[in-house]
Design a protein around this ligand. Structure first.
Ligand code: CA
Length: 442
């Protein structure tokens, strides 16, 4: 009897010791972080968003193996400001970014005084790489290699042709590091190739890979092979858009396969998001939302958004409280073993306690948007938009009216007044509104 008790105690000790070691190992091992950004991809696209027309199994797997956000927002419905908020965790209007710069402008970017995600992860001993679009400062001082990235392959500017044979204006050179290069491969495929190459070279130590696609931003260009995957669709913008999207999905699939091949899938936080909503010019749909890129309706700012981290973020779950691209920086920094200093004055929050269920509250009670004189606020399920295209501020109840079709401002003046007050309180913290850019109109 005594013998069996002793044997049991030994087994129990071994079990506890083994468990402690396992917990210690999980806690001590820094995860890799892979942030995948699509460009101008609408809320209604992707299989995990309910699109049945364009198969995207690889991107869908991120939502399937992780958590999908139904109410995931960016901070602006255009590229440069949205990315500025995403990469700093601070609302970009706080440091003077309210719209896209004119295409030929070079004197713009996130000021060096605003630390960005790659810089923060670099301090946590991460190897960092940006593959794809930057659009956060084209000057030498504000370029990716000066903002925390060890490696860069892509473009400084807002868009680029996809086909090597393209006659489209490219808006700027393709770069590797600080060198201009040419590319003989379809750009989306090339970005996937470079991302896989990055994982192959850095899989032994914690890395941050930002794979920032230029798809499905204009120009609309697809390969003949990808177009042939949609024989039932007639030639046109939508067909090209579909072909561009499946090319992006293929590239994501190759990166995910590379993570699996290196046995990194379990220890990698994978984030997928679009930088703003889709719009008619590129045939990207925001169904069932109203509005599109450039404007303040949900279609401009609510985007496909999902996070996967095996064993840490619940798989196959929906998270329906509003979250923001602002949350990517603090979530990543904490996942990487860092702490958030209140002096950073972040607007984003670490989402992990909300996703694993230890915090039942709301990551954000209120979200704000400002583009010059145009303004919007979401507080709970209520949304106010004040825009010069509207004669007066409009009020929507998103819990009943996701498509923002019924203006309740006249029926509910108290709620409108409450949201106005909240907005004005927030706006007092900001520098004066800047003159709208030519791209900022509805
Ligand atoms: Ca964009």
């Amino acid at each position: 009897m005594e013998k069996s008790i002793t044997a049991f105690m030994i087994q129990l000790f071994a079990l506890v010791a083994g468990f402690s070691t396992a917990v210690f190992t999980v806690g001590a091992e820094k995860p890799n972080i892979v942030l995948i950004i699509a460009d101008d991809l609408g809320y209604g696209e992707l299989g995990f968003q309910g699109c049945t027309e364009i198969p995207t199994p690889h991107i869908d797997s991120i939502a399937k193996n992780g958590t999908r956000f139904t109410d995931g927002y960016v901070t602006c419905s255009m590229c440069h400001p949205s990315r500025a908020g995403m990469m700093t965790g601070r609302h970009q209007v706080r440091f003077g970014i309210e719209g896209n710069p004119p295409i030929k402008e070079r004197n713009y970017g996130v000021p060096a005084s605003e630390p960005m995600l790659a810089e923060r992860l670099k301090k946590l001993s991460y190897t960092t790489g940006l593959i794809g679009k930057w659009h956060l400062g084209p000057t030498h001082e504000l370029s990716p290699l000066r903002r925390g990235f060890d490696e860069f392959y892509g473009i400084h500017h807002g868009g680029h042709s996809f086909l090597p044979t393209s006659k489209q204006r490219t808006k700027g050179p393709l770069m590797r590091g600080d060198q201009e290069i040419t590319e003989e491969t379809y750009l989306t495929t090339a970005l996937g190739r470079e991302a896989v190459n990055f994982v192959d070279r850095h899989h032994r130590a914690p890395f941050f890979l930002c794979l920032s696609f230029t798809a499905v931003h204009k120009p609309l260009e697809a390969t003949e092979a990808d177009l042939k995957r949609f024989p039932e669709m007639k030639p046109g913008k939508r067909k090209t858009h579909a072909a561009m999207t499946v090319s992006m999905d293929d590239a994501v699939g190759k990166v995910l396969a590379s993570l699996q091949a290196h046995d990194l899938e379990k220890n990698t936080l994978i984030i997928f998001i679009s930088d703003n909503g889709g719009f008619r010019a590129i045939a990207s749909r925001n169904t069932p939302l109203r509005g599109a890129k450039w404007n303040l309706f949900e279609g401009g700012n609510r985007v496909p958004f999902a996070m996967q981290w095996t064993g840490r973020i619940p798989a196959g779950k929906l998270y329906e409280k509003p979250v923001s691209a602002l949350d990517i920086l603090p979530t990543s920094v904490v996942a990487a073993g860092g702490t958030i200093d209140p002096a950073w004055k972040l607007d984003g929050v670490n989402l992990m306690p909300f996703l694993n269920g230890t915090d039942k509250g709301h990551p954000h009670e209120t979200l704000y948007w400002r583009i010059g004189e145009r303004q919007a606020i979401r507080h709970g399920n209520w949304k106010m938009i004040h825009d010069r295209a509207l004669k007066r501020p409009a009020l929507f109840d998103l819990s009943q009216d996701i498509g923002e079709s019924t203006d309740l401002a006249g029926k509910n003046p108290e709620k409108l007044a409450q949201l106005k007050t909240l907005y004005e309180r927030w706006a007092k913290e900001l520098p004066p509104a800047q003159v709208d850019t030519k791209y900022g109109r509805l």
